[in-house]
Write a protein that binds this ligand. Structure first.
Ligand code: GLN
Length: 185
C-alpha cells in the first residue's frame, strides 16, 4: 500500500528479500490488489492511510484478499488499520482483520521513538525493533499467536496469514520478518 508512510523503505527491503523471485507493485488505486500474492501495509499515519483505503475501495480489496488467505504484513500504522479494535476513539474504522485490540502511541511521549531488543518466537537471537510512535497490542483472540512482547503488551503477532508488527522491520538491515512474510507467501 503506497498511499502514505514509509513506502520506499518497504519497497527496498522487500526487493532485497525477494531477489529475482518476484516484484513489488506500489498500490494507489483499486484493481491491483486482486492480482497480488502478498500485501504490505506500511507505517505512517493510520488515519490518512485508512482514509485513502476507504476512498479508493482498496480497503475492501485488502479485506477480500485477507479472507481468501493472501498473506498480509502490517507494520505500525498498518497494524492499527488491520486490527479489530482500537482502544482510543478514531476518525476511521479499522478493517477488522487481525483479531487484536491495539492502543495507538502506546509507549508515551517520552519514549515516542526507541529501539528494543526483542525475544521473538522462532528467532534464535534477539531482534532489534525500531519503534516510532508505535502502537501496542493490548488484547488478542484465541487464534492469534503473540510473537514478541514488551512487558505485558504484544508488539508482534500472527493469525494465520496475517502478520502484525508494532515496529518498523523495513528500517533495519535485519530482514528476518520479511523472510517470515515471504515464507507465508
Ligand atoms: N502513531 C501512528 C498512527 O497512529 C503510527 C506511527 C507509525 O506508523 N510510525 O498512525
Amino acid at each position: 500500500m503506497a498511499f502514505q508512510g514509509d513506502v520506499s523503505e518497504h519497497v527496498r527491503a522487500m526487493e532485497v528479500g525477494l531477489g529475482s523471485e518476484g516484484s513489488v507493485v506500489e498500490v494507489r488505486r483499486g484493481g491491483i490488489v486482486p492480482g497480488c500474492d502478498g500485501i504490505v501495509l506500511p507505517g505512517g499515519e493510520s488515519t490518512t492511510i485508512a482514509r485513502h483505503l476507504a476512498r479508493t475501495g482498496v480497503g475492501d480489496e485488502v479485506a477480500a484478499a485477507a479472507m481468501a488467505g493472501v498473506p498480509i504484513m502490517a507494520t505500525c500504522a498498518g497494524l492499527i488499520v488491520i486490527s479489530k479494535e482500537i482502544v482510543e476513539e478514531t476518525r476511521f474504522l479499522p478493517l477488522g482483520l487481525l483479531d487484536v485490540r491495539v492502543t495507538r502511541n502506546a509507549f508515551g511521549s517520552q519514549r515516542e521513538s526507541f529501539e528494543a531488543d526483542l525475544e521473538v518466537a522462532g528467532f534464535d537471537s534477539p531482534y532489534r525493533g525500531v519503534f516510532i510512535r508505535a502502537p501496542a497490542i493490548v488484547g488478542w483472540g484465541a487464534g492469534v499467536e503473540p510473537l514478541a512482547m514488551i512487558e505485558e503488551v504484544a508488539v508482534a503477532a500472527r493469525q494465520e496469514n496475517l502478520l502484525g508488527l508494532a515496529f518498523h522491520p523495513e528500517l533495519t538491515a535485519d530482514l528476518r520478518f520479511h523472510e517470515v512474510f515471504l515464507e507465508m507467501i
